[in-house]
Ligand binder design. Sequence first.
Ligand SMILES: C[S@@+](CC[C@H](N)C(=O)[O-])C[C@H]1O[C@@H](n2cnc3c(N)ncnc32)[C@H](O)[C@@H]1O
Ligand code: SF4
Length: 423
Amino acid sequence: MPSTLPDGDPVPADGSLPDQAYVGMADRSLSFYLHVPFCATRCGYCDFNTYTAGELGTAASPQSWLDAALTEIDLAAKVLGARGNQRPVSTVFVGGGTPSMVGAGPLTALLDGIRDRFGLTPDAEVTTEANPESTDPDLLGRLRDAGYTRLSLGMQSTSTRVLRILDRTHTAGRALDVVGWARSAGFEHVNLDLIYGTPGETDAEFADSLRAAVGSGVDHVSAYSLIVEPGTRLARQVRTGALPMPDDDVLADRYLLADAALTAAGFSWYEVSNWARDVDARCRHNLAYWTGGDWWGVGPGAHSHVGGVRWWNVKHPAAYAAALAAGSPARRPFDGEMPGGFRSPGRAREVLDADARRMEDILLRLRLSDGIAVDELLHTGRAAARAAAADGLLEQDWWARGRAVLTLRGRLLADGIALRLTD
Ligand SMILES: C[S@@+](CC[C@H](N)C(=O)[O-])C[C@H]1O[C@@H](n2cnc3c(N)ncnc32)[C@H](O)[C@@H]1O
Ligand code: SF4
């Protein structure tokens, strides 16, 4: 028996899944996440699994990453197609890192790979993230032609001062230009990411960012409070006193500001940090994460989840490419059989039992505007929900109809409330 790793169980070399993953599989939707591990420069606040050219050296390249990612799509087709469970893909999300940096060729090849091996549902949502500075009208036109339907852009702020503190290399105006180009290219849905609570940011600066975002023509806004991630340049600046820690009360006020401005502009929240103009504009890919859907994460460090089985890939692009290169010579044409010598890039996995799945489900779904049915909670969790409703943290009218849905004040305390409901 292989020994259990400290952070999970080993993934079999052929990537095969335990029986549990296949139960009810044909009735669940399937999504793909594709991770692009490259950035031109690293923003001081960001601890994502991404590398600049200087950090990578000759250990890995966009080409070795692309070859490996296409091979992993083949592996997914074999593993998920086992036992006649082949399903078309409902949502694809290319994230990073900076997908726009690798250009239209690799992003088209990846989407074609998924289309060839699985097919896409007729209404598939296909998103790519992009940085304003590496996105232009030509790239957007080519991505739209390739089948991308949704663009998600990191704008963060309209304040030049705030952008500088965040180490962003673009102007705010560039992000707004890209929204216009994306609409002209025919993208059905466009999102802007905002960050609030950057040290030194004023209420007026954040209000201006919100005004610009809603005036830009997007149909979706994500607003995240700045998290000081350990090990980042921002964490060092806070530790040495060069920058103050974002203040909790300020963060709460900014959240209220965001909700008021976005609601007044016709957006509605559907997840604590996400607002959309209408139901069609909600990100179906992220909803699949939050409602326990199946997704396969392709790329270095990418996480996957299929029927309560969760696994994650080796983190470094060189280790990822090496794991998949073993099977690559006979990769095409694909006949449903992986060549011998193939190795899964999975580093470890965990098989969630029914209780762990129930708890995770509550933690994720309480953050949604649909909330959760009270009768899904156990005895202690129901008592905690009753107390939260009495404290004004859950909507009274929904409570009367048997659902736990966060109020605006409840959204400020979402994770703490959700934890109490899991008991
Ligand atoms: C992969 S990036 C988006 C695409 C692109 N790389 C960019 O930054 O424009 C995902 C988003 O995560 C958010 N993010 C990353 N680190 C964060 C942190 N420490 N605190 C808050 N938001 C963060 C940023 O809003 C960023 O736009
Ligand atoms: S925020 Fe985006 S551009 Fe900045 S380092 Fe992270 S992934 Fe790269």
